[in-house]
Design a protein around this ligand. Sequence first.
Ligand code: PM9
Length: 473
Amino acid sequence: MLLAEPYRIKVVEPIARTTREERERFITEAGYNTFLLRSKDVYLDFLTDSGTSAMSDNQWAGMMLGDEAYAGSRNFLALQETVRRYYGFAYMVPTHQGRGAENLLSRILIKPGDYIPGNMYFTTTRAHQELNGGTFVDVIVDEAHDATADLPFKGNVDLTKLESLIARVGPERIPYISLAVTVNLAGGQPVSMANMRAVKQIAERHGINVMLDATRCVENAYFIKEREAGYAGQTIAEILLEMMSYSDGCTMSGKKDCLVNIGGFLAMNDESLYQRACELVVLFEGMPTYGGLAGRDMEAMARGIVESLDYDYIAHRIAQVRYLGEALRAAGVAIVEPIGGHAVFLDARRFLAHLTQDEFPAQSLAAHLYIEGGVRAMERGIVSAGRDDDGNQRYPKLELVRLAIPRRVYTYAHLDVAAEAVIQLFRHRDEIPGLTMVYEPRILRFFTARFEPIAKPEADLTRAREASIASVH
Ligand code: PM9
């Protein structure tokens, strides 16, 4: 049975359909990069779950209570109180979004030559670590890099990998352990409470801090409640507090689990770390009591944090994501298993088995999904992985297309339409060509890189068409 929406719709935003011919033109103009499409040309926008949530009437009401004083806004005090109560951290500096917090944290704690262990890289997080002279070291369990491995807590840290890094480089060269809950690029996979506890114990033994990337921590808490022994009877809020207790602080992109369109924060328990964050935030964001946000944005985030902990909200959220994933799986489409918290990830390696990774299969698949059904998704593979310090192309094992579901925005009918588009595309997958990159930005290239299709001889296309017709029958 469908878990129906725990809300009713008060405001609607029309979305327009386009023709296939129009979409072919739009994606060509966008250099086969879905980031460069205009939103008005997209029917179902699953590019990201970041900043795309629908706010509640309660949050919009809070926006009217914005205290836009330059310093000491009452909305800051409300946000600080909310973070203390639900996340358990004594101090909090607001930032314009998650990467603002990553910038502050990386600048304060990382010295050139340091190593930062983490459970799989994330694009902006690693970019800030590297900009400050650090080296990210992936200590996630091996199975996280295997799209087919079906484990309840596939975001877990491999404790042996963590211990051996500490032994190899020494704890003094590890400013903190960067622990993401859930793990975005592994497919929105959660970390178990037991694993978080164990990471904290190891870190304490060596005098190393644990800093969480709490961006999707509520989704992680839901999975703990659902899957980990001993947590079924606890509330999401209780689980979240315990998760946070195994860390020394966190960066937060409020644009995800805090249910706002903009905002983030850096939180911690250590007063001296807070003081340094206050010194830096005035340089990059604004006063420590607004950090790049309007008072009304802080109010919306404070209220969003409370709403995000409501069981009905989070159960429905996860149910929607699962609904889409199960429809694709039933049609034989290769997806990352198990279905994660914020998105369904298509496995482009298996979907487009005729392409090599250098032909950017996930990028091409995302572009062709847009052509097929006006559905916008995001590449999470070789393009996102970028190059290492020596300019060498990184080759991630996972070559994925992410369909991220915005929170409280789409209905199950929209998900049916999206699934149908993916399934249609799957039927003629052999016709999808590889791409060549014609413009490559130096940093975070996936946002603005441009591509062109690799022309295939007509004979190849005919053969591919015949093969795909045969494979359907
Ligand atoms: N994540 C996402 O779409 C937004 C743009 S990056 C392609 O998944 C984690 C785990 C994130 C994240 C953003 C950030 C940065 C940090 N950690 O976008 O700066 O998923 O608020 O947060 C995006 P901001």
